[in-house]
Design a protein around this ligand. Structure first.
Ligand SMILES: [Mg+2]
Length: 344
């Protein structure tokens, strides 16, 4: 038996290789919170929160202030009985979801070390590795084509193109990349940037030009569920919720109201507990799943690699932080080309 003694946080910063530009946001760096969960036998479990103000409304300094309260809530609890601990952390589902994710993962990481079994096996051990796409943020047409060609040369078979700021230039960029790489498959992500009618116009242009769009992510504003359903009903490409799908209750509503074909799960929006619930909800409803990330370091992205490999639930993996950030040191994974192996 091993009991939790304390939880400590450390604020770090990660830096992008080039400015990351998506709808209404450009950033060169991002703050992350490294979490260490210490057991009374000296073992330490690690996790990471990659907070997002844009998606979750989270502010780093408010989150780091929760170090004492969370440590107190978990002190003396048995780490191997992790489900009730997840329930305690579910209280942070709206106020601090990324922190909930990192602490829940740190609990699993500690448990994993204690029983000498990697986290992805605790979660089911479904896949030996996952293959990630590569994201190209909003840039000039020339730079977009150049970045796409470079990614194709590196072996990426799916590119995620950021759109949503200007319909005409978005269409021009995607068509230019398709012309340069006619066999490439794409995920397009508008990050809530379009109106429903703009989104339908975009989707129709893609279909007319034979672009291989696997998924069209978050075309409209996150709270606009009717808009999502409108786009889905009037488009011939699969529609995927990202910013609209944070908790299990969001996912349940999206499914019940027939708004989407896919859901993009991110641990930083849902934590481990809601991510597990959304996996089962989606499977039950025949809704597809992709997994995405925020700005996790080598420690943070480990969490999603183990979750995705363990559950085997995803057809699309957008876990490309190791390729977009500077100085990424892998925690418990290894990388071979676009393949990410969980490695206990
Ligand atoms: Mg997205």
């Amino acid at each position: 038996m091993a009991h939790i003694q304390r939880v400590t946080f450390k604020l770090n910063e990660v830096f992008y290789q080039k400015p990351f530009h998506i709808t209404n946001s450009v950033r060169t760096s991002s703050k992350v919170i490294e979490i260490a969960l210490e057991l009374d036998n000296g073992l330490i479990g690690r996790g990471e929160a990659s907070p997002s103000f844009r998606v979750n409304g989270e502010i780093e300094t408010a989150l780091t202030g929760l170090e004492g309260p969370i440590s107190e809530m978990l002190r003396g609890k048995e780490v191997q009985r992790y489900r009730p601990l997840f329930d305690i952390l579910d209280k942070f589902s709206r106020s601090a979801p990324s922190l909930k994710a990192g602490v829940q993962y740190a609990i699993l990481d500690a448990f994993s070390t204690l029983i000498s079994t990697p986290v992805y096996e605790i979660l089911g051990g479904a896949k030996a590795y996952v293959e990630t796409d590569f994201t190209i943020s909003i840039d000039s047409l020339e730079n977009t084509v150049q970045d796409a060609k470079k990614a194709a040369e590196k072996g990426f078979t799916i590119l995620k193109l950021k759109v949503g700021e200007d319909l005409a230039s978005d269409i021009a960029r995607v068509l230019a990349v398709q012309e340069a790489l006619p066999k490439m498959h794409f995920v397009v992500d508008a990050n809530m940037g379009y109106t429903p009618k703009e989104a339908v116009a975009f989707a129709e242009t893609m279909v007319r030009n034979g672009v291989n769009i696997d998924l069209f992510e978050q075309p409209v504003w996150s709270d606009h569920f009717d808009g999502l359903r409108f786009v889905r009903q009037h488009s011939r490409i699969p529609i995927c919720a990202d910013e609209s799908a944070k908790t299990r209750y969001d996912a349940l509503r999206l499914i019940r109201e027939e708004c989407v074909d896919y859901i993009n799960i991110k641990l930083m929006k849902s934590g481990i507990s809601d991510a597990l619930a959304i996996v089962e909800l989606a499977r039950s409803a025949n809704v597809g799943l992709m997994i995405g990330c925020m700005s996790e370091s080598g420690l943070g992205i480990t969490q999603s690699i183990h979750f995705a490999s363990g559950t085997g639930a995803f057809t699309h993996h957008d876990l490309d932080c190791p390729f977009l950030l500077k100085e990424v040191i892998p925690y418990k994974y290894r990388q071979e080309g676009n393949r990410l192996y969980p490695n206990g």
